[in-house]
Design a binder for this molecule. Sequence first.
Ligand code: HEM
Length: 483
Amino acid sequence: MTENTSSLDRCPMQPAHEAERQGPLEPEPPATACRPPVKARGLPVLGNVPSMMVDPIGTFARIAHRHRGAIVSVSLGPIKLIMPTTPHQVAHMYYDHWRKYPKGSSGGFYRPIRRIFGDSVVTLDGDDWLADRRLLQPIFSQKNLDNLTEEMIAIVKESLDALTPRAAQGSPLAINREMKTLAINVLTKCIFGVSLTKDENGNLGTLATEIFVLTLKRMFLFFLPDVLPLPSELALRRGLRKLDGALLEHLRRRRDEASPRKDLISLLLNARDEETGEPLTLRHIRDELVTFFFAGHETTAMALGWALYLLGRNPHVLEKLIAEIDTVLDGRTPTPELLKQLRYTRQVVQETLRFYPPAWIIPRICKEGDVIDGYAIPPDSVIAINCYAIHHDPALWERPESFEPERFEQSSSWPRGMYTPFGGGPRVCIGDRFSLLESQLVLAMFLQRFRPRLAFNKAVRMRGTGVALRPVQDIMMFCSPRS
Ligand code: HEM
């Protein structure tokens, strides 16, 4: 496979055209010899640590915008992060030279992540990753997604049924939490083939959040050894033991079951290694499933929570969206065909992912060193691809702080690397279409039933917990049933 023409190299959320736009926003590489990355201003020794601890997302974005065009070096005490600042540089790393930018998941940032995900598609690198991705890619094919849609619609309906009496009571709902419950219901049904009770969902959600938050925090403290019996370390070990126990037991049961089902577990149990023809080991399936669950529920839940929040802040968008949903669906349950006609609904999801990308920063390693736009990236550099900063760069976007789904009418003219909520290149998110389908479906079905309204006027602040972009406080919304 060549570096930039892989069949895996696609993302439905990204512009189809691959031509690079050259212009005032993309500074020409200097003709002179290489220079080192530009150092971001910071305190002696501590560098940017103090401001990163208060506001990592804003700090990184300010640095990226101040040094637009350069490759920047951001000091975090003992660590130096190298950050691209233009779409062209991001495309260089994601698409054109992706092999030079592995995750380096046996060490650095990814070491804590590997403790949850084991050897799965999200943690592997090089040929091991490629073989794994080839094995899994067909599982997320359009055909399999179409097969899952009916199941997805049923579980979304069931979840909204459970929400309706509470919404009708008139008290505001913590919409981010409701979306998380819903996303867990969808994933556990579509991946594991399991319908959870409210309590089971709550317990799994709490356990998953606990494990994930502990791990994300460790991403920036990856240099601390795991043997230190810190309370957070002991809690993480307990959480993982509990999760693994339940999951492996479920997997053994499913392996011995006679009739096949439509969920992702069935597809994984039936998958065969391309070379050996052998089925996957239970441990391997466990690693992939845990990866899908963690990579898939919180990200999609955040996207949905933020979407409803942004709709609450932008009533004219909400009205336009409701009008589309009412016209296209006309009271009917969505189908894959009808979903295709919900163009504005899709744009609302896309614009939400620009505004609040759930994975706002993506780490990589540059093992051998590289040169981009005349800046020399030293070997073994830790890279931070900051899609939030690019998504909010006023030099790239008109009114970047304004929520305007219509801007996606023009997305085919955007350069690669300008819009990357799902990453890009061969390692683009494998669940992008799944998540887009789910988000579009949930928004449409939710707005068929409810008219959401924010319970407060104050803006909700965001917080970067590791790579995740979360609301600082609950998003409280009144959800009046529509007659
Ligand atoms: C709004 C929802 C989602 C967002 C914003 C998102 C974001 C991302 C991003 C940015 C990456 C690239 C990471 C990198 O390059 O290091 C990624 C990879 C991945 N995502 Fe997603 N994701 C979402 C939903 C999902 C879902 C629903 C699933 C599975 C059911 C999923 C599974 C994965 C996996 C397995 C990878 C690793 C792919 C690889 O390295 O080959 N994601 N995701």
